[in-house]
Design a protein around this ligand. Structure first.
Ligand code: PRP
Ligand code: URA
Length: 214
């Protein structure tokens, strides 16, 4: 996929390995999610809207660059993306935040939208769609569709792990949306979980265990 960006930086891979480890507890999982998200966001924000300006240093005038206030919108897909919001909003001045409630039907794996709250003026913003897991791709495809219907023209997706199936669906349905990820894993299993993956990103982040997942 032309628009796939796999970030191989050793710190990204360090945090990814911690997230994968089944012995990583909730606190460390959340900390590592923050760390990896910050690093992915560093890559994904290279073309953030900016303005040039002048500032006074103690020694004189300097010309500089600032992020265009309010022109970055983060959209978190409930619930696993919630832990990705704070590290990026800490990094990107003036970022606005939208929320999409989408859950995957466990039987059909179809995405179901149950909540939408996003800024109304998306057309001039860089919109970063956050979801740690790109599995079948159903949730991310739906999210991008909704955001485009609401005017978004520049979308980028930030995921932690992507499955080949989800990448292929995104390339087909939204070829204009770059997907940033820390790794492309092997495959999906029979119940739509990424292998080797990290398990259920929501459960591991929020401690809502345990259902044994085969
Ligand atoms: C997970 C994950 C993604 C989605 C990915 O959420 O956070 O949103 O599945 O799967 P897909 O690519 O096959 O659509 P889930 O629906 O399990 O909800 P949760 O975050 O509330 O656990
Ligand atoms: N959602 C998750 O949390 N993990 C997966 O492996 C697939 C979907």
């Amino acid at each position: 996929m032309e628009n796939l960006r796999v970030i191989t930086h050793p710190l990204v891979q360090h945090y990814l390995t911690t997230l994968r480890d089944k012995n990583t507890g909730v606190d460390e999982f959340r900390r590592s999610l923050r760390g990896i998200t910050t690093l992915l966001a560093y890559e994904a924000t290279r073309e953030v809207p900016t303005i040039t300006c002048q500032v006074e240093t103690p020694m004189g005038q300097a010309s500089g660059t600032k992020v265009y206030d309010g022109r970055v919108v983060l959209v978190a897909i409930f619930r696993a993306a919630l832990g990705m919001v704070e590290p990026i909003s800490d990094l990107v001045p003036g970022a606005r935040i939208g929320h999409l409630g989408i859950f995957r039907d466990e039987r059909t794996l179809e995405p179901n939208l149950y909540y939408t709250r996003v800024p109304s003026d998306l057309q001039d913003s860089l919109v970063l769609v956050l979801d740690p897991m790109l599995a079948t791709g159903g949730s991310l495809v739906k999210a991008c569709g909704i955001l485009k219907e609401r005017g978004a023209r520049r979308l980028q997706a930030l995921t932690i792990i992507a499955a080949p199936e989800g990448i292929a669906v995104m390339a087909r349905e939204h070829p204009d949306v770059p997907v940033y990820t820390a790794n492309v894993d092997e495959r999906l299993n029979s119940i739509g979980y990424i292998v080797p993956g990290l398990g259920d990103a929501g459960d591991r982040q929020f401690g809502t265990f345990p259902e044994e997942k085969p």
